[in-house]
Ligand binder design. Structure first.
Ligand code: NAD
Ligand code: UDP
Length: 314
């Protein structure tokens, strides 16, 4: 029997957040889902509104928030490069001021806070695969900086709150994650390719397609996040959560075309600035401390995601 906790999930109406809400509501916890609906949608959590242990509040994390809570998952922040670059000042503000507000709330409640950080803190990495002790190669004045530096600063704040104010913090560095509830027009590569294939439209590869990413299915990530939250107060991370199987973007495009039996063509567009060339997590730490590793291979996760989008797109 697990003890029932009051858990706040910021960004709870987004892709990862809404899947996390599902999991924790099902586990019997009381969930407060906070979101300003910038890239999230009420559709993602509509089915949870009838549950007595679920509450949805439209709120922007840049404004302080007060409630009684045992755990906080701080996910609020657009994750798609297209959306986080639309209003870069807001993106940095969300990460930095949002983290301060949630850390203050955690301290007030003596609650644990898990910060959703990102593989983007490694920038365009010069070390491969990426281990937690790598400091990264980040451009502070580029088009991705609002996100990368905002997330790096949020990590700094977490560690400083843990030292200065004894906050109980956990930092997870999430690598490219995909699955049901990504927005069809989200702009990220997996959803873009699947939606294009389902519509028999061209799949657009940015650059030559030889840049790599390591794609993790949502369910694996949720397992890792929940295990991380359950660790003792002495373990703060950061810890990488990602799938170490690395694919070229051109390989991903071909897989999606093959799995959809589509008439779509693969075409090439210019590569945006500062696009990381290679990315793969070293997950030794997560294996050791969390006894966690992903179990869903790309073909299996893509099949589930295609099924989800099939109903959305047509
Ligand atoms: P998402 O865009 O689907 O979800 C983000 C949610 O945060 C949305 O519901 C959005 O409306 C909400 N939000 C944005 N700004 C807010 C604000 N100021 N106040 C309140 N809510 C706000 O993205 P996601 O993929 O679900 O990502 C969730 C978190 O995980 C983000 O912090 C992201 O940086 C992190 N992350 C995701 C990935 C990934 O591959 N999906 C990788 C690394 C890190
Ligand atoms: N990408 C692409 N076509 C798309 C969307 C993205 O080729 O329609 C590329 C993008 O340039 C990057 C990779 O796919 O090299 C992953 O992009 P995404 O936005 O999903 O995540 P991130 O770059 O933040 O890892």
């Amino acid at each position: 029997m697990i003890s029932r906790k009051r858990i706040l999930i910021t960004g709870g109406a987004g892709f990862i957040g809404s899947n996390l809400c599902d999991r924790l509501v099902r586990d019997g916890h009381y969930i407060i889902c906070l979101d300003n609906l910038y890239t999230g949608s009420k559709d993602n959590i509509e089915h949870l509104l009838e549950f007595p242990n679920f509450e949805f509040i439209v709120h922007d994390v840049v404004t302080p928030f007060n409630c009684k809570v045992d755990e906080i998952y701080n996910l609020a922040c657009p994750a798609s490069p297209y959306y986080y670059q639309l209003d870069p000042i807001k993106t940095t503000t969300t990460s930095v001021v949002g983290a301060i507000n949630m850390l203050d709330l955690a301290v007030k409640n003596n609650a644990k806070l898990l910060q959703a950080s990102t593989s983007e803190v490694y920038g365009d990495p010069l070390v491969h695969p990426q281990k937690e002790d790598y400091w990264g190669n980040v451009n502070p004045v580029g088009i991705r900086s609002c996100y990368d530096e905002g997330k790096r600063c949020a990590e700094t704040l977490c560690i400083d709150y843990s030292i200065q104010k004894k906050a109980k913090i956990k930092i997870v560095r999430i690598f490219n994650t995909y699955g049901p509830r990504m927005m069809p027009n989200d702009g990220r590569v997996v959803s873009n390719f699947i939606v294009a294939a389902l519509k028999n439209e061209d799949l657009e590869i940015y650059g030559e397609g030889d840049q790599t990413r390591s794609f993790q299915y949502i369910d694996d990530l949720l397992d890792g996040m929940i295990k991380m939250m359950a660790t003792g107060d002495e373990f703060t991370g950061p810890v990488n959560l990602g799938n170490p199987n690395e694919f070229k973007i051109s390989e991903l495009a071909q897989m999606v075309v093959d799995m959809n039996e589509t008439n779509s063509n693969i075409i090439y567009k210019p590569l945006p600035g500062d696009d990381p060339k290679r990315r793969r997590p070293d997950i030794t730490l997560a294996k050791e401390v969390l006894n966690w590793e992903p179990s869903i291979v790309l073909s299996e996760g893509l099949a589930k995601t295609i099924e989800y989008f099939r109903n959305k797109v047509r």
